[in-house]
Design a protein around this ligand. Structure first.
Ligand SMILES: [Zn+2]
Length: 70
């Protein structure tokens, strides 16, 4: 391997390191207020933060309606 090849390989490695260090798009973990969707999947009502933190996709009303349907 020539010196130029090694230098180029090093550059590629460095470039990959720099790009890997770039933070990925932030995802919210369970229990964080922004975890669930901001709006109810059914009626598009605003989701309260505690509900979002639990990862619910439906507001209280829609969840209750779904429970009764079962
Ligand atoms: Zn709803």
């Amino acid at each position: 391997m020539s010196f130029e090849d090694r230098a180029q390989e090093h550059e590629v490695l460095e470039w990959e390191l720099r790009n890997a260090a770039r933070p990925a798009k932030r995802k919210f973990a369970p229990s964080e207020p922004e975890y669930g969707p901001a709006e109810c999947d059914d009626c598009e009502a605003e989701m309260p933060e505690p509900r979002r933190a639990y990862g619910y996709h439906h507001c209280v009303h829609c969840a209750e309606r779904r429970e009764k349907r079962r």
